[in-house]
Design a protein around this ligand. Structure first.
Ligand SMILES: C[S@@+](CC[C@H](N)C(=O)[O-])C[C@H]1O[C@@H](n2cnc3c(N)ncnc32)[C@H](O)[C@@H]1O
Length: 208
């Protein structure tokens, strides 16, 4: 099972290296732009697992009222520096530090994949809890289930852990939480490391 403390410590240690490798012009950003186009300017949007804040939280803040949350304090320090206009709170996605119905939309780029598989449903349930009725979600997932550890991620000597649930399981988690999946995209995004990993982005609307 993924050790969340190890993930948090890992991001605290390699935050600068991840920020340096994070692509700014991946297709995920086009997907985000389409998602934001459908939200009113008054929308309150939470970026869950916002990391260093670029490019996702920064794009949210440019067209909506943006909040970011992350388990890693160092990642949040980078985010606060890069996107000072966003509200920032440290927290675990399995127990978001926000009240019920607080947001009109939630984004989660490449963050669900670091949560223990057994807790993915709890995270999606939290997204539903903090969203107002009719709220929108945009999250990324790997296409198939995969669990792994890299003892030297990004050449930093720091360990990182993942448990990707896969798209099929994520669709189930979304439906269980009362979301209707509206659209899916396959897209490259994430790291400038020659890795041509394809991600699936799912957008969904909270119906129940
Ligand atoms: C791959 S980075 C993605 C950062 C950013 N969303 C992006 O698109 O570049 C994953 C982020 O998820 C955060 N994260 C991992 N597990 C988390 C959890 N249980 N709760 C909140 N954040 C978590 C990590 O600290 C890290 O900043």
């Amino acid at each position: 099972m993924v050790d969340k403390d190890a993930v948090r410590r890992g991001y605290d240690e390699l935050a600068e290296a991840y920020a340096a490798d994070r692509v700014e012009d991946g297709r995920g950003r086009e997907v985000l732009s389409q998602f934001l186009d459908e939200l009113p300017e008054s929308a309150r949007v939470l970026d869950a697992g916002c990391g260093q804040g670029t490019p996702v939280l920064r794009d949210l803040a440019a067209s909506a009222t943006a909040f970011g949350t992350d388990i890693s304090r160092t990642q949040l320090e980078l985010a606060a520096d890069r996107v000072p206009e966003a509200g920032i709170a440290q927290g675990d996605m399995t127990a978001l530090p926000f009240r019920d119905d607080a947001f009109d939309a939630v984004t989660a780029f490449h963050s669900l994949i670091h949560v223990p598989r057994e807790q993915h449903q709890a995270v999606v349930d939290e997204f539903a809890r903090v969203l107002a009725h009719g709220g929108r979600l945009l999250c990324s997932e790997g296409p198939d289930e995969w669990r792994g550890t890299n003892p030297d991620w990004l050449g930093t000597g720091v360990e990182m852990q993942w448990h990707i649930a896969g798209v099929e399981a994520t669709r189930d988690h979304l439906r269980n939480a009362g979301f209707a999946v509206e659209r899916e995209w396959r897209a490259d995004d994430s790291l400038d490391d020659g890795d041509d990993a394809q991600w699936t982005f799912l957008s969904a609307r909270l119906e129940e």
